[in-house]
Design a binder for this molecule. Sequence first.
Ligand code: PA5
Ligand code: NI
Length: 191
Amino acid sequence: MDIKESTSFIDPFTVELDIEQGVMRDAKNHIVRKASDMRGHYKDAAALDALADRGDPLHYEVFEVPVPEQYGHLQYCISTLQPGLVGEECFMTKGHYHTVIETAEIYLCLRGEGYMLMKTSDGKAAAEKMSRGRMVYVPPYWAHRSVNTGAAEPLVSFCVYPGDAGHNYGDIETEGFPKRVFSRGGEIVIE
Ligand code: PA5
Ligand code: NI
């Protein structure tokens, strides 16, 4: 067997997912983002500050069993985004480009309702609907952010992407996304 220096050899393994709860049971990494972690991302900054002051509710969690961050491996996670509004804007993830920008990602929606907002650095924008059984393909070069439009259910997704992709949050903090998702009088509006 010819083992490449760039791609570590590891033994096979299995993880168990709780699809209803949106939890990876033996996750080694558990990333938790609350309202106060989302400053700068929502249109209504005052509404976010008020939310952070009123109990700082959970926004989303990411569960991972990490594998080597190398070409050839596949990173995967469960992403569980709570329902809620900041002013009229639906709860969302921070969003990011991949550090290795020519890497794609697959999001398989397991539960809930929402959108995947995507953008490129030269101004293209896209929104794909997410609901149980829909799989969104995020092509190379597209920044991506998920948004929960459900009134009461979490948006649960299983994500897979190349091992060496990495997360670039800085450019999105500067650029933002061109489209936002609002709930107005029970209607979901993307604008
Ligand atoms: O790699 C991904 O795109 C996902 O696993 C996200 O990291 C997850 O949905 C959380 O979003 P973000 O990383 O933008 O905070
Ligand atoms: Ni990603």
